[in-house]
Design a protein around this ligand. Structure first.
Ligand SMILES: C[S@@+](CC[C@H](N)C(=O)[O-])C[C@H]1O[C@@H](n2cnc3c(N)ncnc32)[C@H](O)[C@@H]1O
Length: 206
């Protein structure tokens, strides 16, 4: 496989894996596409403002965002656990501009590989909600101390959804069309209410 030209892009990864997604997770939800558009546009805005910046994607899994944003002349770092980097590399090769770092986001050793003399954009989709609040706070604080020009983009889950996942029965996805749907959402620890989110947004005091 050519180092700079991976063989799978976008939906091709999904199609290449023989798995009945709909049976487990129900029909594809357009909200995921909207989330991708929102993250893409923030990264594009960051790169327009900071053309020498780098992008770090925490918990990237099988995301293919880097192909959608391939025109951006940036170095792109993927940080993920070994059990996710292995399948990622089955489909998506690292390269000179696309670096894979096998490391937990909570083991700050990965930070030593990220330049501190260039603006940095950290993106984390579908990750922080599985961490403890103290872990998220410490991670954000450590990054802010290391990088003078830093943008961090991440998604948060509202309290009412998180509480459902933490209830004794958990939160199961049910489908009218598929009675045998089997997906139970993982427990979500890090959550924010709309009130806390707006207050913290305006005070920037995560
Ligand atoms: C719900 S998936 C989201 C994947 C991808 N970001 C997306 O939105 O499609 C969570 C991802 O975070 C990774 N992950 C979980 N714990 C992690 C940690 N401590 N450090 C880095 N990655 C982690 C998982 O391996 C997985 O790839």
């Amino acid at each position: 496989m050519n180092q700079e030209s991976p063989s799978f892009q976008g939906g091709e990864c999904q199609e290449a894996i023989e798995y009945d997604y709909e049976r487990s997770f129900g029909k594809a939800d357009p909200v995921h596409a909207l989330r991708s558009i929102a993250f893409d546009s923030e990264i594009i805005a960051f790169m327009k403002k900071h053309p020498s910046g780098v992008v770090v994607n925490l918990g990237e899994g099988l995301e293919t965002q880097r192909f959608r944003l391939a025109d951006l002349q940036t170095t792109w770092y993927t940080i993920d656990l070994p059990e996710s980097i292995r399948p990622r590399e089955h489909f998506i090769s690292p390269g000179d501009r696309w670096k894979h770092i096998t490391c937990s986001a909570l083991d700050y050793a990965w930070m030593d590989q990220i330049p501190t003399d260039r603006p940095v954009c950290i993106t984390a989709q579908g990750l922080f909600m599985y961490f403890q609040e103290s872990e998220v706070r410490d991670l954000l604080k450590t990054l802010a101390e290391r990088h003078p020009i830093l943008t961090i983009i991440f998604d948060v889950i509202p309290n009412w959804v998180a509480q459902k996942t933490l209830s004794p029965d958990g939160w199961k996805k049910v489908s009218i069309q598929l009675s045998a749907i089997s997906y139970q959402h993982s427990a979500i620890s890090y959550q924010l209410s709309a009130y806390a989110l707006s207050a913290r947004y305006f005070t920037k005091s995560f």
